[in-house]
Design a binder for this molecule. Structure first.
Ligand code: BES
Ligand code: MN
Ligand code: ZN
Length: 491
């Protein structure tokens, strides 16, 4: 049911021209500086092919420019792909990641045995490797004739072999997260998501404990169960425990896992519901991230909490005006059943903050965050600026994007209720993303906590040069980066 590529990822220290492959991709920087590194090496064995393409204006080096040469001579590879890398002084992990991903997307529409990518320098092995992996996966795996074909081998030419375990781990974590988001809700619902988590744990060396609906009730998670009770699919809470630093602090990662969000009785119109199989992208990021952390055996302790429900309208569904009681005893007036993410996260955050002081949650929480920040940037809300800055720095280093939204007391009114401790919505149109953050803040006690609203970046409506439409796998790389820094110096 979960289809992920079976592709070997390797490093080669052979000269680019000597690498036997169906495609050899080589990057060229923008500008007039003399060719260097692998581009110069390829130029030398092909009688100045890249120089000629530059002279004719066919190759400019502009970022993501792709120039295929189908019958090159002077190379062991069958075909050459010249890839624009942009200005050399602007090169970042994201720039190289996208260039490698675009190269892979260009060639994997057809079946390919080996795709080699020559990195301009070894420091880009991680960016190139994970980028190539990204470009090998798409949403069309359920077509009779799939629209994307993962190669048998990806070869990073001139790469750093010591970076390979991390490349493998992040590539597979990204594949898993994207495929979970792309999987149809008839296949992926709370029980099967929990099974996928258990399988990942068995394979990659972390513990997975799954709570069923009666255990969840015994744990007093009335807010989460309120959402779940409209569906014939019972809720699950999956706890992922990876211990790589015994005795050290624990990083808790909490994911919104609404496997389908119809809106409940506050039913969404078709246009708003059509992509709501992706409303579990937060939980997918946490599972993909924890898998990637465990697979490379990082020296850190991580607790993943996946809150898994389906949000449906029915005779048993939670009603407008109902009052739910969360695990910490706080009461919630439900005024819109479509604000369900915060209801399930309330209980998951209570649990996480009982276990540790350091918590980050990931959730496709509000359309309002898309209005505020667009599709490429996640909203970051926190009760602790130092911890918020540490999370933001990890996201930046991973080549992903976030922007901090205010959380001061002037926003408290957004969640005031006349009949319960708070309401889940109903405060009008303004400040919707922050209202979600202020609500969640009620369930984190004194923990250092960050709320990531990933409603924009989690899903791509259309193909782009570096990424197929559908699940994006956002935050998997950031979670790994955060975990790497956390072992040594939590805020
Ligand atoms: N899952 C949605 C948020 C969402 C919208 C994610 C678009 C991705 C793309 C969430 O459960 C939701 O429905 N939020 C409501 C909140 C409102 C009722 C306060 C929204 O954004 O309209
Ligand atoms: Mn909703
Ligand atoms: Zn939702």
């Amino acid at each position: 049911m979960i289809h992920t590529p079976k592709t070997a990822i390797e490093v080669s220290l052979d000269a680019p021209a000597a690498v036997a492959a169906d495609w050899l991709a080589v990057g060229v920087w923008a500008g007039d500086a003399p060719l260097a590194g692998p581009a110069a090496a390829v130029d030398a064995t092909t009688s100045g092919l890249i120089s000629k393409l530059r002279a004719s204006g066919d190759v400019t080096g502009m970022h993501l420019e792709l120039t295929p040469v189908l019958t090159p001579s002077g190379l062991a590879a069958k075909r050459l792909l010249v890839v624009g890398l942009g200005k050399q002084d602007a090169a970042t992990r994201a720039v190289l990641h996208d260039a490698a991903a675009a190269a892979a997307r260009h060639v994997t529409g057809k079946k390919v045995g080996t795709l080699a990518f020559a990195v301009p320098s070894p420091e880009f092995t991680l960016a190139a490797g994970v980028g190539l992996a990204q470009g090998c996966q798409g949403p069309g795996v359920r077509k009779t004739t799939p629209t994307r074909h993962a190669p048998d081998r990806l070869v990073i030419v001139g790469g750093e072999a010591t970076a390979l375990p991390r490349v493998h781990a992040e590539a597979e974590g990204l594949w898993l997260a994207r495929e979970l988001v792309n999987a149809p809700p008839c296949d992926l619902y709370p029980e099967t998501f929990a099974v996928a988590a258990a399988e990942s744990g068995r394979k990659h060396g972390f513990e997975v404990e799954v709570w069923d609906e009666s255990r969840i009730a015994a744990e007093r998670m009335g807010s989460l169960l309120g959402v779940a009770r409209g569906s014939v699919r019972p809720a699950r809470l999956a706890l992922l425990r990876y211990s790589g630093n015994p005795g050290g602090p624990t990083l808790a990662l909490v994911g919104k896992g609404v496997t389908f969000d119809s809106g409940g009785l506050s039913l969404k119109p078709t246009d708003g519901m059509v992509d709501m199989k992706g409303d579990m992208a937060g939980a997918a990021a946490v599972l993909g991230g924890v898998q990637a952390i465990a697979a490379q055996k990082l020296k850190v302790n991580v607790l993943g909490v996946l809150a898994l429900v389906e949000n449906m309208p029915s005779g048993t569904a939670v009603k407008l005006g109902d009052v739910l009681t969360a695990r910490n005893g706080k009461t919630i007036e439900v005024l819109n059943t479509d604000a369900e993410g915060r209801l399930i996260l309330a209980d998951a955050l209570c649990y996480a903050t009982e276990q540790t002081e350091y918590v980050v949650n990931f959730a496709t929480l509000t359309g309002a965050c898309l209005v505020a920040l667009g599709t490429e940037t996640s909203g970051l809300m926190t009760n602790n600026d130092a911890w918020g800055d540490q999370v933001a720095a990890a996201i930046r280093a991973a080549g992903e994007r976030s922007w901090k939204l205010p959380m001061d007391a002037s926003y408290d009114g957004l969640i005031k209720s006349k009949v319960a401790d708070m309401r889940n919505t109903g405060g009008g149109r303004w400040g919707g993303a922050i209202a979600g953050g202020k609500f969640l803040e009620q369930f984190v006690g004194t923990a250092k906590w960050v709320h990531m609203d990933i409603a924009g970046p989690a899903w791509a409506d259309n193909d782009s040069p570096a990424l197929d439409s559908g699940g994006t796998g956002c935050m998997v790389r950031s979670i790994v980066e955060l975990a790497r820094g956390f072992g040594e110096r939590p805020a």
